[in-house]
Design a protein around this ligand. Sequence first.
Ligand SMILES: Nc1ncnc2c1ncn2[C@@H]1O[C@H](COP(=O)(O)OP(=O)(O)OP(=O)(O)O)[C@@H](O)[C@H]1O
Length: 597
Amino acid sequence: MASRPPKPPLPPPAERKLSRLKLLWRFARAYPVQLACALAALGIAALTTLAIPQGLKMVVDNGFARGSDPAAITPYFAGLLGLTAFLGAATAVRFFFVSWIGERVVADLRKAVQTHLIGLDPVFFETNRPAEIASRITSDTAIIEQVVGTSASLALRNTVMGIGGIGYMFWVSPKLTLLMLLVIPLTMGPILLLGRRVRDISRTSQDRVADIGTMVSEVLGAIRIVQAFTQEGREAARFGAAVERSFDTAKRRIRLRATMTALVISLVFGAITLVLWRGALDVIDGTLSGGAIAAFVFAAAIVAGAFGTLTEVYGDFMRAAGASGRMEELLNARPLIRAPDQPTALPQPPHGRLEFSHVRFHYPSKPDVAALKDFTLTVEPGETVAVVGPSGAGKSTLFQLVQRFYDPEAGSLALDGVAYTAADPQGIRQRLAVVPQETVIFAASALENIRYGRPEATEAQVWAAAEAAHADQFLKELPEGIHSLLGESGTRLSGGQRQRLAIARAILRDAPVLLLDEATSALDAESERLVQAALDELMKNRTTLVIAHRLATVRNADRIVVMDKGRIVATGTHDSLLAAGGLYARLAKLQFDQIAA
Ligand SMILES: Nc1ncnc2c1ncn2[C@@H]1O[C@H](COP(=O)(O)OP(=O)(O)OP(=O)(O)O)[C@@H](O)[C@H]1O
């Protein structure tokens, strides 16, 4: 029984616990100065707000009560005016620092997640779709931004004002405050119950929004296929249905939130009214001054507002906890392929000797079919080995293993005598140049595209590589020459031009081992000739493993390896294999139709 490959290291789904917000604190605490400023401004603003009812009390008791003397009342109002100006300034400072921290945390988080993700191996992206991750990063960080930049400050401010307000009220009238503290908890039960349901629906709502994001990038990415198969209508309907599902969930959330708000306001203000009635009786009795009751009302309004806001931001916090949990999941995903603690250095200068020894491999997502079985092959320095075989034989899998995107379950690979598992994967990849079947063009200039594998190369070196790859001519003819923008929004290249650009990129990389996956798409005779000439140049003095689709390649190869169902079934030269008949002769007849002619 073949041992199964290890499962990708995916942590369990995020729970929406407030403890998940710890991740954000980890990022925020990197800015102690800003945090201190924000906290100081927040405290000052909250206390200033609480000073206002006290000012009001003095105005009423000392001003109005002593028969309306303008001279007595003016200083109090001047004081109040000063207080409000101070409150404005402190609020502005708080807003600045808290928002600054919010933006900074989100920026750092985005960078950390992206840096982490590009270090993960392809297995992770087989089980986690890149489009979904992308939409998560955008929508989840937006939620986090909202919470760190706004809700956190609201929560802090209102907690300070809530507690401070109650303290002040107690100082003004212990009896009324105790009465109030007795009534308010009764109002909290239904609020907490509803809060939990809002939280659950918020989660579903976020998932629906992420679905929409995934769908948009999927459909836009395949726009040609959608249009070619005239499925625009169906795609629009499918998208429409997803949007409506998302709206329905949002509607449920809004309805619950609305009910909750109604409950909070009516219960809390109802309680206040009750307490006020009691207070009014005390004023009539003469046990409480007019100013005290005014200040009490004002403070109670502040406290009620504070608790109202707290229940509202609680929902935001739960949403952010979910978002932050998912970010943490991404950050916690560990790559299966890692450098050992003490990697063995590859010899200098490189030789380019590539060895496969009894390699057995299953793709994690396809554990029942072996992609490679007992595969043994040594490619000597400077040798060109062409790999041929029917579709699904395992040719591309060889390349995946050589680049160490996966590790075999049995057997081993070695480069220049160093076992893959003992080396740093980056060290190995630095000695490889890859020309894939489909050239990846980045949205950047032709110059940047060619020097992708060696960003420090000079323009002269890039031109030399382009010449060797027979790409110089068409590059000169681009609208802005080598500085023309390529990719989705730039100039489109033909198939042959893209291949030559990829070859120039590999020439410039100047690695000792070349992995060449020949394009199967037919080129016209002129392009074919240019691409072949470019390839000949690239393969010079390099160890080359090539998945061959061209007659010229198999003819020029030092050895041809014929693969079928993950195994080597024959090895030889073009002529010897043809003479032997078998799979190669059959493939050659089909694939290189020149032979059949
Ligand atoms: N990422 C993957 N996940 C799961 N199975 C895979 C993956 N890539 C390839 N396979 C499977 O591994 C086997 C070998 O595939 P591989 O792509 O290496 O064949 P190939 O010889 O390169 O074929 P082709 O010429 O069609 O590209 C096939 O059974 C294929 O379905």
